[in-house]
Ligand binder design. Structure first.
Ligand code: UDX
Length: 437
């Protein structure tokens, strides 16, 4: 392999990118400023839950293709291509994204860059960031213009991170030179036939914001239909199914329910609105404010349905909650709709007991005042109402009779439209779902 790669930041994105690039045969050095994270990764342990990733990590550590460090000096000396994979969280009390971690990476790395290299941003950023960082890079690097910036947004989904990285739908390359394009084409060549869109910095940055805005809009669209279905006594699940057969619409991201959460979609649409506003195009994205509002209203509606089933108040009620992660196959609880609902019910006086197959520790740390159980059955014990808030397969496979034997009343609200209503009803459950009669 001609190039040696570094991956700067080893969160969901960085850990996945580092292990996958090593799997493709590259020598990879992962860097993080958090020594405890680096210690774990060096032992072959992941600080996160991501199916398939730990195997990849171990295999490539053992093969000697993958190493980790906290030293920018070492990373600069090692790498020909440096991928920046740090987070861009929402600023406290504002819509805008906090890009300070990206600036910190460039400021830490650049002073050691004394030869030709490419620095590639993968993080989701407000449009204009790449251009600004490119100038900073050239200014701070002893190599000057030999240290070049490129932008290569990442579209991976948590839970499918390895598959999405090794088999991407497309690759977007925001480049300022033919050299940068060639280097990145070489790096991704082992992936085989993948559509590659080569463009400028702002377009590359915007592709990511637009993709996430579209996905969020699609989810909120079907959830808006759910609101209408609720008052019209119609069934949004059948409506969604019928829409999905239209090739122009498609069925993916059309699952009605509790809506979107996680570390990306909610904060990315807000950051996108904020940036468009700064650029004088706020009108173009006012619809995203509605997308956000529809999404948040689903959480309130979920609480209302549950409250209705227990007679109008949670005081003195036991509530069994299935799911804490923002979606299945992830331990990520950032902006988790499930936890948001659980917290609200707790605040309204309900005794909440939560079970999740992998996100329990994270949930417990974030919300120590809520109750937790080590199985779905334990969470259900004595419950006046059960709430399915994250559609783990384990919950879809639950036996309504077994669960029914331990609850105090057979009430369930399916917040993800994941259960078979008839099966549960015929087992004597009072089954309610978002957007369905
Ligand atoms: C998302 C984008 O999909 C990905 O391309 C980007 O790189 C990062 O943000 P991720 O946050 O991992 O990925 O999760 P995703 O699978 O997109 O789900 C986001 C949220 O939407 C979840 O809370 C999920 O439960 C919800 N969702 C998804 C729905 O409510 N309905 C759907 O039909 C699909």
């Amino acid at each position: 392999m001609p190039y040696r790669l570094t991956v700067l930041g080893t969160g969901y994105l960085g850990a996945t990118h580092a292990a996958c690039m090593a799997e493709l045969g590259f020598e990879v050095l992962g860097l993080d400023v958090d020594q405890s994270k680096i210690d774990m990764l060096e032992r072959g342990e992941l600080p996160i839950h991501e199916p398939g990733l730990e195997d990849l990590l171990r295999r490539n550590l053992e093969a000697g293709r993958l190493r980790f460090t906290t030293s920018y000096e070492e990373a600069a000396a090692f790498g020909d291509v440096h991928f920046i994979c740090v987070g861009t969280p929402q600023k406290k009390g504002e819509y805008a994204a906090d890009v300070s971690y990206l600036d910190a990476v460039v400021e830490s790395l650049a002073p050691y860059l004394d030869r030709e290299c490419l620095v590639v941003g993968k993080s989701t950023v407000p449009v204009g960031t790449a251009e600004r960082l490119a100038e900073k890079l050239v200014r701070l690097a002893p190599a000057g213009a030999q240290a070049e910036m490129a932008w290569n947004p990442e579209f991976l989904r948590e839970g499918f991170a390895v598959k999405d990285t090794l088999h991407p739908d497309r690759i977007v390359l925001g480049v300022a030179s033919e050299r940068a394009e060639k280097v990145l084409r070489d790096v991704y060549a082992p992936l085989g036939e993948v559509p590659i869109v080569v463009t400028d910095f702002p377009t590359a940055e915007l592709v990511k914001s637009a993709a996430n805005a579209f996905l969020a809009t699609k989810i909120s669209f079907i959830n808006a239909m759910a609101e209408v279905c609720e008052v019209a006594h119609a069934d949004v699940k059948q409506l969604s199914l019928a829409l999905s057969f239209d090739d122009r619409i498609g069925g993916r991201f059309l699952n009605p329910g509790l809506g979107f959460g996680g570390g990306c979609l909610p904060k990315d649409i807000r950051a996108f609105m904020a940036r468009a506003g700064e650029l004088g195009a706020d009108q173009a994205l006012t619809f995203l404010r509605e997308v956000d509002a529809i999404n948040m209203r689903r959480r309130a509606r979920m609480v209302d349905l549950a409250r209705g089933l227990v007679g109008g108040s949670f005081t003195g009620c036991t509530v069994g909650v299935l799911g804490a992660a923002f979606k299945p196959n992830s331990d990520d609880i950032r902006d988790s709709p499930a936890l948001d609902v659980a917290v609200t019910i707790g605040q309204e006086g309900g005794a909440v007991t939560i079970y999740d197959p992998v996100a329990l520790d994270n949930a417990r740390r974030a919300h120590p005042h809520l109750g937790y159980a080590d199985s779905a059955l334990e969470a259900a014990r004595g419950a006046d109402v059960m709430l399915l808030l994250t559609e783990w397969q384990e919950f879809v496979d639950l036996d309504p009779d077994k669960l029914g034997a331990v609850v105090s009343a057979r009430n369930i609200v399916d917040g993800r439209n994941a259960l078979d209503a008839e099966t549960w009803r015929s087992a004597g459950w009072h089954y309610r779902a978002l957007g369905r009669p």
